[in-house]
Design a protein around this ligand. Structure first.
Ligand code: NAD
Length: 403
């Protein structure tokens, strides 16, 4: 999604949320756009840290290393982080970072040098009470460890809360690895209860961190996973797939399609399968005006960022399909990042059960708050979620006297 889309989106929302022109301007203006050129092996790579809004707390958002990273994209992602932390009701603002580089072309040593160079470039703007990065596309726990080390060497003191998604040995949190999927499970459980929804048949697009963990967690809770897919395609079994076996096949062969008893299907077919719940967990923009009419699921849990286009949203709303939007459905990841930061700030680390229980409480509360806000409204649940997030950011801005 380009930043133009963000601007259009705010203009569409303005009348529904009663936003003044000054409020719209504030919402579409990032606080700081930091740019640098990182030098590696005689070449220069553009790098960004965009701090969108910090009215509710320090900036928060991942760093991606990808050849297509650009300022416009980082700005859009930083905007969405501002809304996501508001929906999750955690005391952070929104930010995002990135480097325009193909990290797969780098050796381990080069990747370490790039990670350290990123921190050196943006160090004055980072810190546990300023701006707290995390992993994103092609950045890992190891990269967070190098970044922490560089920051602490430069600062001359420990500050583990300056970055999240760290390995456990350096102050990471238990449950962070499955947090996005587990948060989605808690949101869906609440929605199912509210709707008195009996359907148990789930189709999942994408079988990485979000999709695979969702498949395992839902199967453990008695749901039937009828289809899963990855970049090579999908598999379907009417009676349900044995998730553990599919995970083993994926790990051994690289694709879920190599699970022999599964009926092979395409990623497009998966989206319109006969199922009750659809969980897009891979790419953005996959549910469009072309296929939304054929979607049979009555609930869509958006673990991926931006999988549904605005045109498709309208069709799904008309067809009474409830879309649990990305900034709520996949907020489990940033919520456990917040827990990691809390543990770092206090120097006291929680047991796994405690992290899970707190995540459940947070996700349930976020869903229920939105559900009651939405009651009786003519617009869809996504719109209610966005309006709620924007109002929270604006309330903080007003109290600070900034608008
Ligand atoms: P991942 O890299 O671990 O997995 C991505 C999966 O998508 C892989 O199974 C891959 O094979 C599959 N895939 C790639 N191209 C595909 C295609 N054309 N069709 C179908 N499947 C395809 O990534 P992830 O961390 O699981 O992230 C998935 C989505 O969830 C992204 O949209 C991401 O932004 C979002 N998300 C993830 C997290 C998190 O904590 N991991 C948090 C918030 C949002």
């Amino acid at each position: 999604m380009t930043f133009n889309h963000v601007v259009q989106f705010l203009q569409t929302l303005a009348p529904l949320a009663n936003l003044s022109p000054a409020e719209v301007t504030l919402l579409e203006t990032p606080n700081h756009v930091h740019k640098a050129e990182l030098h590696l092996n005689g070449k220069k790579y553009p790098a960004f840290r965009i701090q969108f809004n910090n009215a509710r707390g320090p900036y928060k958002g991942g760093i991606r290393f990808h050849p297509e990273v650009n300022e416009d994209e980082v700005k859009s992602l930083a905007f969405w982080m501002t809304l996501k932390t508001a929906v999750a009701d955690i005391p952070f603002g929104g930010g995002k970072g990135g480097v325009t580089i193909d990290p797969k072309s780098l050796s381990g040593k080069e990747l370490e040098e790039l990670s350290r160079a990123y921190v050196r470039a943006f160090r004055p703007y980072l810190g546990s009470s300023i701006d707290i990065p995390a992993p994103d596309v092609y950045t890992t726990g190891q990269i967070m460890a190098w970044m922490l080390d560089e920051y602490e060497q430069q600062a001359g003191h420990h500050d583990p809360g300056m970055i999240t998604g760290k390995p456990l040995e350096l102050g990471g949190s238990l449950v962070r690895d499955i947090a996005t999927a587990l948060g989605g499970v808690f949101v869906l459980e609440e929605a199912v209860q509210k709707l008195k929804f009996k359907g148990k048949r789930i189709a999942i697009q994408g079988f990485g961190n979000a999709g695979m963990n969702a498949a395992k967690l839902f199967a453990d809770r008695g749901f039937t996973i009828v289809a899963v897919s990855d970049s090579k395609g999908g598999i379907y079994a009417q009676q349900g797939l044995p998730v553990d076996e599919v995970v083993t096949i994926k790990e051994k062969t690289g694709s879920v399609q190599n699970y022999p008893p599964g009926q092979k299907i395409s990623n497009e077919e998966l989206l319109t399968l006969n199922c009750d719940i659809l969980i897009p967990s891979a790419l953005s923009g996959v549910i469009t005006e072309k296929n939304a009419h054929q979607v049979k699921a009555k609930i869509i849990l958006e673990l991926a960022n931006g999988p549904t286009t605005p045109e498709a949203d309208k069709i799904l709303h008309q067809n009474k399909t409830l879309v649990l939007p990305d900034i709520l459905a996949n907020a489990g990841g940033v919520t456990v990042s917040y827990f990691e930061w809390v543990q770092n700030q206090s120097g006291y680390y929680w047991k796994e059960e405690e992290v899970r229980a707190r995540l459940r409480e947070k996700m349930k509360a976020a869903f229920n708050q939105l559900w009651s806000t939405w009651a009786g409204k003519k617009y869809d649940f996504r719109t209610a979620t966005y309006i709620h997030a924007i109002q929270k950011v604006l309330a903080a801005e007003k109290l600070r006297g900034r608008v």
